[in-house]
Design a protein around this ligand. Sequence first.
Ligand code: SF4
Ligand code: SF4
Length: 123
Amino acid sequence: MPFVITDPCIGTKDSACVDVCPVDCIHPRKDEPEFAQTTMLYIHPDECIDCGACVPACPVAAIYDSPDSTPASQKALIEANFVYRAGDAEAVAKAEQIVKSHEAAHADLMAVPPAERAAAHAK
Ligand code: SF4
Ligand code: SF4
């Protein structure tokens, strides 16, 4: 079961997770052209080896250890992680559309500073 990036990454997006991932499955990296256009980062579900290294590296607790453990308010973003593919413009646009819909549906969470958003997931 792959790890999942959720909405505290929005507004943070510092790539700390990318730097520690041993299999380079978190995208876009800062050196990829899509980095400037994406709202958050995504974990490739087939390439993630469930090592857990990214979780303590994330300063805003944006990463959950499986789709099952991802809170209800974040479930749509599982699909965004699953569809994103580096270098595939259609997949990038689809993932970003899911994120935009999530932002619109969760204005309450978006109003919370990124560092406090994970705590708000459980409420
Ligand atoms: S759990 Fe490991 S392999 Fe999966 S995204 Fe995090 S650092 Fe990469
Ligand atoms: S470490 Fe967390 S906030 Fe930073 S890019 Fe990764 S998931 Fe996003």
